[in-house]
Design a protein around this ligand. Structure first.
Ligand code: ATP
Ligand code: MG
Ligand code: MG
Ligand code: MG
Length: 339
């Protein structure tokens, strides 16, 4: 019997369009002889589109509109063997959808409520990973109310870290709302941007030297494996939205040209983080490697990484011999497996 899969795409976050392209690739790659896939796109307003309209939306690639209220559709999700919530960012990668599916009793691809929620929030991630002894950059938290009520206290936290520093919404992805702040004169604009997108904002120190950026994939439930390590190279100031999604702006090197010992530390660190955060299914773990000092700092964990044919996560596993179709099939199997 074919497995019935509900593929969720789009969603309410700033990564709506990225999710649509990932979903288009997955829809085409799930083997038809094993799976009966129904795609449902979620609009930026949080409404769920019927499958025929979804297919049209996936083809057009434009943002989705219209659709029903969530609960109508979840009720009709009964009868599916598994859900593939290919959603990035808040209301998708952060435990909310995962909670809904858990309540509905439908197995799904990826981390559960806890792993999704903690990994989505950069502050919670840092706290959990610090307690697991994983090295990271120095950071400070600020909440919107403080920024509005006592901006000097937030500026003082930035001064403690020194410049340049990074300002990020705590719960987002694809570099949306992230700024590199070169000095105090650029700080307020960066905070205003980040607080426009999130109630919680993280300020992060930068390493003394410009770090190299390494990424690694993790696959599995309670016995996860790590992929080969990849490196990203680009000419821009940092790996911002434009660099990520404009053809030709970034080069991907797999395997990363780094000493074997460093690659081993990356893979070990990623597996340790995956376990500490209670992740499941998949995650892409991003690191900073400071060549001058040998320092390796864990940047963040993405529980539903970009998933087009050319995205880093599937390419990393492809390098270890696991093709795209086999990878998505494996992910559905992991969703149906006992952890
Ligand atoms: P993703 O699309 O991977 O989910 P994201 O929006 O969660 O991205 P980060 O990975 O935290 O954002 O940061 C995006 C990029 O900003 C990094 O890849 C890096 O280029 C730069 N960056 C972020 N934080 C730092 C830091 N503390 N020091 C140096 N560079 C940083
Ligand atoms: Mg991220
Ligand atoms: Mg992400
Ligand atoms: Mg990242």
């Amino acid at each position: 019997m074919k497995k019935r899969i509900l593929l969720l795409a789009g969603g309410q976050s700033g990564e709506h369009e990225v999710s649509l392209s990932s979903a288009r690739s997955v829809l085409n790659a799930l083997p038809r002889d094993q799976f009966d896939v129904t795609p449902v796109a979620i609009s930026k307003q949080g409404r769920w589109l019927p499958p025929t309209e979804t297919r049209q939306a996936l083809e057009s690639g434009a943002a989705v509109s219209g659709g029903d209220l969530v609960l109508h559709r979840v009720a009709s999700a009964e009868g599916y063997d598994a859900v593939f919530p290919l959603l990035h960012g808040p209301m998708g990668e952060d435990g909310t959808i995962q909670g809904l599916l858990t309540l509905a009793g439908i197995p799904f691809v990826g981390s559960g409520v806890l792993g999704s929620a903690v990994s989505m929030d950069k502050v919670m991630t840092k706290q959990v990973l610090a307690s697991a002894g994983i090295p990271q950059v120095e950071w400070r938290l600020a909440v919107r109310r403080e920024w509005h009520g006592d901006p000097e206290s937030v500026r003082a936290r930035a001064a403690e870290l020194g410049y340049p520093l990074f300002v990020k919404p705590a719960n987002l992805g694809s570099s949306v709302g992230i700024s590199k702040v070169r000095g105090p004169e650029e700080l307020d604009a960066a905070l205003t941007l980040a607080f426009g997108l999130d109630r919680r904002v993280i300020l992060e120190a930068m390493t003394a030297h410009k770090p190299r950026e390494l990424e690694v994939g993790v696959l599995g439930n309670d016995a996860p494996i790590a992929s080969p390590v990849g490196e990203l190279r680009f000419a821009s100031e940092f790996y911002d939205y434009e660099t990520k999604y404009t053809e030709g702006r970034a080069e991907v090197h797999i395997p990363a040209p780094i000493p074997t010992e460093v690659a081993e530390r990356v893979r070990e660190g990623a597996l340790q983080a995956f376990r500490a955060l209670d992740c499941a299914g998949l995650a892409r773990v991003d690191f900073f490697y400071v060549e001058e000092t040998g320092e390796l700092l864990l940047n963040e964990v993405n529980t539903m990484p970009g998933f087009t044919q050319t995205s880093m996560y599937p390419k990393l596993f492809e390098a270890s011999g696991l093709g795209y179709s086999e990878l998505v099939t494996r992910l559905v199997e992991l969703a149906l497996d006992e952890r």
